[in-house]
Design a protein around this ligand. Structure first.
Ligand code: HEM
Length: 473
């Protein structure tokens, strides 16, 4: 048995780093044509074994913990940001328990409480910043700010949200600067961003501790948010989640959800800005649902069930995630040799295995005009099955659910995302408010942006300028 074929390169050690770094998706497609679904490439001394298509998705997402781990692949990148003892810095079984605890803040009663907050935050933002009747704005920046307001308010609670203007937003930003693929490659290098991240993290710790202490003093007052859910959590052995880990988990959740949701919402709006027919479908559905024409001021506050039921918006988010999944590469580090079923290949310990579900999601084999954004392609019953699976399968414990699916923007198996439903209602609610209040069109100078692969989350290449025009009632 041998390792899958190696992609040829010119510079030893560096290998394919530059080509891969500039456009990983193009790199994988080109090499898939040459080598098929499995190949290895060298990147700054690391051997990365790619396995594409639906079998590759299953191979990586359902890799046994004894063979390949996410902890060994990601912890050097995430520890400076999330802090100690949580997610990839915790033993695997403890991390699973932490994911279970987080689910307590992502229940239907929580979602019911979160919708009005999303709406209030988006309205406040546009009332303050989008004051003209029409203008050109940096859409990615605006959407990122709306996302951080909505996520901080609902997950961390009103106290932390109110401190966003007192410097907490800057602390998040400092942490963001450290969240880069560079840390994967240069984990031994004391990059300056690492030290600033540590300082920012300590400062956030202090703020979280004081908010937690304040809440513990007023035990009678309950909040419906993630912070209260975590403060009430216990490990199976009866130990409470330490306060320091509560803060670290909140930071981890914000980081996991912030860029992914902001990128998805921005890509969705950019596509809506060039697809007037889809916007008309959103308005037609809203008007049918609420029995009257909705405008910039007279739109009602939907319930959680109504947001969940917005079918056109659902298709829009689903289709955006298909062609612009914000997390395009999934990594695990191999700790015990892994045979690739049905081949003579074995991936040795020390290699990384890489899946790229966006590769299968945009493969003509599965979707006609696979690179085109066509939300109506999801007008099928298949979607309902997916959603059912999404509500029940969080990948805890057993890892037997197959991941042989072309579209997996939220992953699969034991590391599957727990924020999918939160992300859907957050993005749909933000879109609902914005589309009722404004019409969007691409800025002729900027057009439809390319993808920026320099960050871990794939954003539109900036500055992402877009035009809004206030709708009348
Ligand atoms: C895991 C995508 C939003 C929390 C994941 C994974 C993906 C993903 C692909 C699996 C990573 C892997 O297997 O290596 C997304 C996308 C989002 C989103 C596309 C939005 C559009 C959120 C939100 C939260 C969140 C809002 C929190 C509220 C997490 C957590 C994990 C995770 C805790 C588990 C990590 C693990 O077990 O290794 N997400 N996510 N995500 N996500 Fe999300």
């Amino acid at each position: 048995p041998s390792e899958p074929p190696t992609v040829s390169y010119y510079v030893p050690f560096i290998g394919s780093m530059i080509e891969y770094g500039m456009n990983p998706i193009g790199f994988l497609r080109r090499n898939q044509k040459i080598h098929g679904d499995h190949f290895t490439f060298l990147m700054f001394g690391r051997r990365m074994t790619v396995y594409l298509d639906i079998d590759g998705n299953d191979f990586v997402f359902n890799a046994k913990q004894a063979c390949a781990t996410a902890q060994d692949a990601y912890n050097s990148m995430t520890k400076p940001i999330f802090g100690e003892g949580v997610i990839y810095d915790a033993p695997s079984s403890m991390m699973m328990e932490q994911k279970r605890m987080v689910k307590a803040g992502l229940t239907v009663p929580c979602f019911r409480a979160y919708i009005p907050i999303f709406i209030k935050e988006v309205n406040q933002y546009v009332d303050k910043h989008w004051t003209k009747d029409e203008d050109t704005v940096n859409l990615l920046q605006s959407i990122s700010e709306m996302t951080v307001m909505t996520a901080s308010h609902t997950l961390m609670g009103p106290e932390i949200r109110s401190k966003l203007y007192e410097g907490v937003a800057d602390l998040y930003h400092t942490l963001d600067l450290c969240l880069s693929p560079m840390r994967f490659l240069f984990d031994w290098l004391p990059l300056p961003s690492y030290f600033s991240a540590q300082k920012a993290h300590d400062e956030l710790d202090r703020i979280f501790s004081s908010v937690i202490a304040e809440r513990r003093k007023h035990t009678g007052k309950k909040h419906v948010d993630m912070l209260d859910a975590l403060m009430d959590s216990q490990y199976k052995n009866g130990d409470a989640l330490p306060d320091k880990h509560i803060g670290n988990l909140l930071i981890a959740l914000l980081m996991a959800g912030q860029h992914t949701s902001a990128a998805t919402t921005t890509w969705a709006l950019l596509n809506l800005a060039t697809n007037r027919d889809v916007v008309d479908e959103v308005h037609a559905e809203n008007e049918a649902r609420f029995g009257r024409k909705l405008g910039a001021k007279n739109f009602p506050e939907p319930s959680y069930e109504e947001v969940k039921g917005f079918a056109v918006l659902d298709n829009i988010v689903r289709e955006t995630l298909r062609i612009r999944a914000p997390i395009s590469q999934i990594l695990r580090k191999v700790i015990s040799p892994m045979a690739i079923p049905g081949t003579n290949y074995v991936v040795p310990a020390g290699n990384y295995i890489v899946a790229s579900p966006i590769n299968s999601a945009t493969d003509e084999k599965y979707y006609k005009a696979a690179e085109d954004w066509v939300p109506s392609r999801w007008n099928t019953a298949e979607k309902e099955e997916d959603m059912d699976k999404a509500t029940t399968d969080y990948g805890f414990g057993a890892t037997t659910t197959s991941a042989r699916s072309p579209v997996l923007p939220f992953g699969a198996g034991r590391h599957r995302c727990i924020g999918e439903q939160f992300a859907y209602i957050q993005i749909k609610t933000i879109l609902y408010v914005l589309l009722n209040r404004f019409d969007f069109s691409l800025d002729p100078k900027c057009g439809m942006p390319e993808r920026n692969f320099r960050s871990l989350v794939v954003f539109p290449q900036g500055p992402v300028m877009c035009r809004y025009k206030r709708r009348s009632d």
